[in-house]
Ligand binder design. Structure first.
Ligand SMILES: CCCCCCCCCCC/C=C/C(=O)SCCNC(=O)CCNC(=O)[C@H](O)C(C)(C)COP(=O)(O)OP(=O)(O)OC[C@H]1O[C@@H](n2cnc3c(N)ncnc32)[C@H](O)[C@@H]1OP(=O)(O)O
Length: 238
């Protein structure tokens, strides 16, 4: 599955819905042995959630958006397929979350790229299931530091903390993803055993999580922080 939503593969409601439909189709396809997620765009795996979906939108729309974010995570984290993230560019926040849903992460060894949960930099808090996914990937202490600082990691740092499993030359990300994928032939039952408690936690709190998101994101102070962050993104470009 090659992500293609220019300019930066931000995860809008529409794009999330497309991703969920694609994953669902693959999940039902008995001939499909697994999934490699990568990006068709240069330099960016995914810029994370589409910030415009969280800025100036109605509570109803925000709720619909958040349900789609949850759905993407539930589908990928709970997938019966062997999944590999072939991270061929930067992968902040929701992009990092998407990578962490996979069984294995291969990243392009380009020091210009970065990956991490940087929500704190936007003045927002990573939801509990983002935090749980990271804890399951890199451990409690690293997650605590990482979330408090909104830390982004270059590939070497990401490898060191275990946020990615392997670094490869930029032009060989696809080759290594396919080679590694071929070595894993059957989705292991231990995957669901390890992930079930984390998945059950969100499933049982799904509606409350949507309500929390909507009331948090529509607050004036949070909207102001997001507006300032968007301005900063645009200025940085000039
Ligand atoms: C009580 C507790 C309750 C808890 C409730 C929950 C709280 C809310 C939780 C929300 C969790 C949020 C998760 C997220 O994923 S938020 C998104 C975070 N993403 C980022 O910060 C990434 C920002 N982007 C970048 O760093 C760079 O764009 C990137 C490195 C990805 C690429 O750099 P590049 O130089 O190639 O591209 P540009 O920066 O020039 O960007 C091109 C245009 O794209 C726009 N852009 C970038 N990122 C986003 C995005 N995520 N959403 C929307 N738009 C984005 C950027 O502004 C440029 O636009 P213009 O061309 O119009 O200027």
């Amino acid at each position: 599955m090659s992500l293609q939503n220019p300019p930066v593969n931000s995860l809008s409601l529409e794009f999330l819905t497309d991703i969920c439909i694609s994953v669902e189709k693959l999940e039902m396809d008995k001939t499909c042995r697994g999934l490699i997620i990568t990006s068709s765009l240069p330099k960016v795996f995914s810029a994370g959630l589409d910030i415009m979906e969280m800025y100036g939108k109605s509570p109803e729309r925000c709720g619909e958006f958040w349900r789609a974010v949850q759905e993407m995570w539930l589908k990928l984290y709970g997938s019966n397929m062997v999944t590999i993230a072939a991270i061929n560019g930067s992968s902040p926040a929701g992009g990092c979350l998407m990578s962490m849903t996979c069984d294995y992460r291969i990243m392009a060894d380009n020091p210009r790229y970065s990956i991490g949960l940087n929500e704190t930099q936007l003045g927002i808090v990573a939801p509990f299931w983002f935090k749980d996914t990271m804890t399951n990937t890199v451990g409690h202490r690293t997650t605590e530091l990482s979330l408090q600082l909104g830390q982004m990691y270059n590939p070497a740092e990401a490898l060191k903390i275990g946020l990615v499993d392997q670094l490869v030359p930029e032009d060989q990300v696809s080759h290594y993803s396919h080679t590694n994928h071929d070595q894993v032939t059957t989705p292991d039952r231990s995957k669901s055993m390890m992930r079930k408690p984390t998945i059950d936690k969100l499933t049982s709190k799904r509606e409350a999580d949507i309500q929390n998101f909507v009331s948090f994101i529509t607050k004036d102070s949070i909207q102001k922080s997001i507006g300032m962050y968007l301005e900063m993104l645009k200025k940085r470009k000039r």
